[in-house]
Design a protein around this ligand. Sequence first.
Ligand SMILES: Cc1c2[nH]c(c1CCC(=O)O)Cc1[nH]c(c(CCC(=O)O)c1C)Cc1[nH]c(c(CCC(=O)O)c1C)Cc1[nH]c(c(C)c1CCC(=O)O)C2
Length: 340
Amino acid sequence: MQLKNDLLIRAALGQPVERTPVWLMRQAGRILPEYRAVRESVSGFIELAQTPELAAEVTIQPVDILGVDAAIIFSDILVIPEAMGLPYEMVEKRGPWFPETVQSAADLKKLRIADGVDDLSYVIEAIKITKKALNGRVPLIGFAGAPWTIFAYMIEGSGSKTFSKARAILYTQPKFSHQLLQMITDSTINYLKAQIEAGADLVQLFDSWAGILPPNHYEEFSLKYISQICDAIQSVPKTVFAKGAFFAREAMGKLDCQTIGLDWNMGIAESRAMIGMDKTLQGNLDPAALYGSDKEVAAATRLMMEQFKGTRHIANLGHGVYPDISPDKVKVFIETVQNF
Ligand SMILES: Cc1c2[nH]c(c1CCC(=O)O)Cc1[nH]c(c(CCC(=O)O)c1C)Cc1[nH]c(c(CCC(=O)O)c1C)Cc1[nH]c(c(C)c1CCC(=O)O)C2
């Protein structure tokens, strides 16, 4: 299927574009009343994510309603631990929770390397339905968590400010840490390959907890595995978004990927100098900028666009859109990029 709007793919590959493509991390979700209506028709997030027709419907909502230049498949990064044998629950207003966690090499026996097609068939099915329904209007982004971020949830069992249990294990049980990270990496490669086979046009790795590691641990316990995933996936463009990993930008410039995501703390000119000219940069408006007036949102967006001007760029926020942001402000952000 030929894409009618392939701006995202051309921007990722560093090919000429008429204008900068724009989408938002976490665009398929609670900012839209239309999403909340679908969400209320089922028992919760997990049932929604595991019902391919509904997952496809909420994936396409931001394309119809907001006019973004890409769809991202509606799922979560935590489907990988579940497919490996560690199920999660989504607790209303509190976030993910794992009834069982992994703490030492003995626990590895309860885990398996996930097969993307069999263990995650509901995501694969949702991708196929979405691709068909999109009919080439915009590219579909597939995604997974980066191994370190997934490891952090599997050890900790929930979100955490410090992820101190997960960070402790890197010091106290480095060998076990590497074993688990390798199992997550192998599962993620299988999963992303299955997503691409089903129709994903580009894939993004989310390393949401990159910023809590010291640089040496980031190199040893995160980048090493991201690098394996980048090397294993060759058929579509890859984006790596490592939130808070300002110290690793130079190393990220050497990954076999096309795009590096910047968070809003990362200076644009400085990041370009560290990462080099042969990568596309994605980002990086402060998500809180969307709490301003329409005029303020437009001004902040234009300021960001000015700073990226003339270099390879995909416009986005510096992290996921906050759930209480008004869709009207999101539209101002999108239209300001598209008219720039
Ligand atoms: C760390 C992380 C998670 N999930 C994700 C990350 C990486 C990006 C980031 O750093 O924000 C990624 C994710 N989660 C979700 C998507 C869907 C596609 C999209 O719109 O981008 C994506 C790409 C749906 C979701 N994932 C979740 C929801 C809300 C669940 C609901 O509707 O009740 C959605 C729509 C739940 C979730 N899932 C997770 C948390 C911490 C939470 C609770 C807090 C929150 O809601 O943001 C783990």
